[in-house]
Design a protein around this ligand. Structure first.
Ligand SMILES: Cc1cc2nc3c(=O)[nH]c(=O)nc-3n(C[C@H](O)[C@H](O)[C@H](O)COP(=O)(O)OP(=O)(O)OC[C@H]3O[C@@H](n4cnc5c(N)ncnc54)[C@H](O)[C@@H]3O)c2cc1C
Length: 433
């Protein structure tokens, strides 16, 4: 075949990119394309992700230019833009990574329709997960609803081969390359996007902290997890390369287990695309409490570990996993507020926010998801005593309390009232049992 188009979506990398690799192997010339769909309203929905995306696209364009090609940028309805470019460059095939959300399913259907109409080959490849959704199935068929058997199957499965990055690419001329999207201002502590930044982070983190991952990943103040999630979300790093690069080293096994959680929620979402809208299984009756929801969102609940998590989210577009669990449990279990409110707030701020992992985890914590212990409630005070013993995490994000000693910082409501009033910090919005 002479010319193929590669549509980049959430696989913004040249290393181990199956869509790019397959197109390059089968066609003489390759046209890399990214289509920004205005229907997604990226900047309004999440300025942090819009910024991370813009930086990642800039890096990808550079990497492609170094290899003799370019990244063609278009804005519009994806299938229509793909077909327009197909006609311009006379492409015979279109390659892209398969995805699981409702949006991705609609995009897939539109592309299938349009490519069939124009007699163009359309090839979906893996690449967004270590193990593609649907590749593993329990004995009775269907998909995995419980994590542990999924993890066992995931670990025992034969994974696909990694694809080498192309050394050179040949690309036909295209009338306009298109402009990179603007970079909106994000949270002040937002990480920089891009394949180079993601790869560097993985290598340096692995060298320093993978070995202690099992022991330290829950330590809130230690902040010793990889912080690769946004790079995985946009495919700046390949999940398969990360898994292979970690396994076989001390700490690799528990770390890979987290990557398997990510794959687990993808295959749940593929089977239940309404995961961000509907309870996966019946849950509690929620109540409305706008005042409590506002306090939770603003990090003003009066429960320091909860407020620290929520303020970290706003400041960095990231929150430590343990804090995500504590803040989510507090919203749904202590305040009785519908997990969908929490999902939407996280979706706005998280650079790593995605349908499968955000909704899958929210439902897990709320007791409506794939949790085998759906009634488990986390007591935020006990969580703070266990995972932020010294109070350092709270000190970092709640400056009003920074001068307090470790016991007082976790439960400032126990201080004498005169001292409490001087803090400029609210009393707890609910009593903790
Ligand atoms: C309420 C709630 C919402 C969440 N929303 C998201 C989200 O939108 N996007 C997202 O990527 N993760 C989400 N998570 C999972 C987890 O908190 C983050 O993946 C993790 O904190 C990212 O930090 P890290 O990269 O340093 O993780 P590490 O501990 O270094 O883990 C490595 C990778 O494994 C994956 N991973 C780790 N934990 C989980 C998990 N529980 N579920 C799925 N994948 C996991 C991530 O891709 C992560 O980058 C959510 C968790 C909760 C409780």
């Amino acid at each position: 075949m002479d010319t193929a188009i590669v549509v980049f979506t959430r696989d913004l990398r040249v290393h181990d990119n199956p869509a790019l690799h397959q197109a390059r192997s089968r066609a003489r010339r390759v046209v890399p394309l990214f289509v920004a769909d205005p229907a997604l309203d990226a900047t309004k929905r999440s300025p942090n992700r819009a910024r991370f995306l813009a930086e990642s696209l800039a890096g990808l364009r550079e990497a492609l230019r170094e290899r003799g090609a370019d990244l063609i940028l278009r804005a519009g309805e994806p299938a229509a833009e793909v077909i327009r470019l197909v006609s311009e460059v006379k492409a015979g095939a279109v390659y892209l990574a398969d995805d699981v959300s409702r949006y991705a399913a609609a995009r897939r259907a539109a592309l299938e329709r349009e490519c069939a109409r124009h007699r163009i080959d359309l090839v979906f490849t893996p690449g967004l997960t270590v193990v593609a959704p649907g590749d593993l199935a329990p004995a009775g068929g269907g998909y995995y609803r419980v994590f542990t058997p999924y993890w066992r199957a995931w670990r025992a499965a034969a994974w696909r081969q990694r694809c080498p990055p192309p050394e050179r690419l040949e690309m036909p001329s295209v009338t306009t390359a298109g402009q990179l999207p603007a970079q909106p201002a994000g949270s002040p502590g937002l990480a920089a996007g891009g394949e180079q930044a993601g790869r560097q982070r993985f290598v340096s983190w692995r060298q320093r902290l993978l070995v202690g991952y099992d022991e330290n990943h829950d330590d809130l103040a230690g902040d010793q997890t990889s912080r690769l999630s946004a790079y995985l979300r946009f495919g700046c790093v390949s999940p398969l390369e990360v898994a292979i690069g970690a396994l076989g080293r001390p700490g690799g096994e528990p770390f890979a287990r987290q990557l398997a959680w990510r794959d687990f929620f993808y295959q749940v979402t593929a089977a239940f695309p309404d995961i961000a809208r509907k309870n996966y299984r019946p849950g509690a009756a929620w109540h409305q409490d706008q005042h409590a929801l506002d306090a939770w969102q603003a990090g003003q609940t009066g429960i320091p570990v909860v407020d620290a998590g929520m303020r970290q989210l706003a400041a960095e577009g990231f929150m430590h996993n343990r804090a995500r669990m504590v803040t989510a449990s507090f919203l749904t279990r202590n305040l009785g507020i519908d997990w969908r409110h929490g999902y939407r707030h996280f979706d706005y701020f998280l650079a790593d926010g995605d349908v499968a992992n955000n909704a899958g985890n929210w439902q897990w914590v709320a007791g409506t998801g794939n949790n085998t212990r759906p009634n488990r409630v986390m007591n935020p005070l006990r969580q703070a005593q266990r995972f932020d013993k010294s109070g350092e995490y709270v000190r970092r994000y709640v400056p009003e309390l920074a001068h307090l000693a470790s016991t007082a910082i976790q439960a400032p409501w126990k201080l004498p009232s005169a001292q409490r009033e001087r803090l400029g910090y609210p009393g707890p919005i609910v009593e903790l049992s």
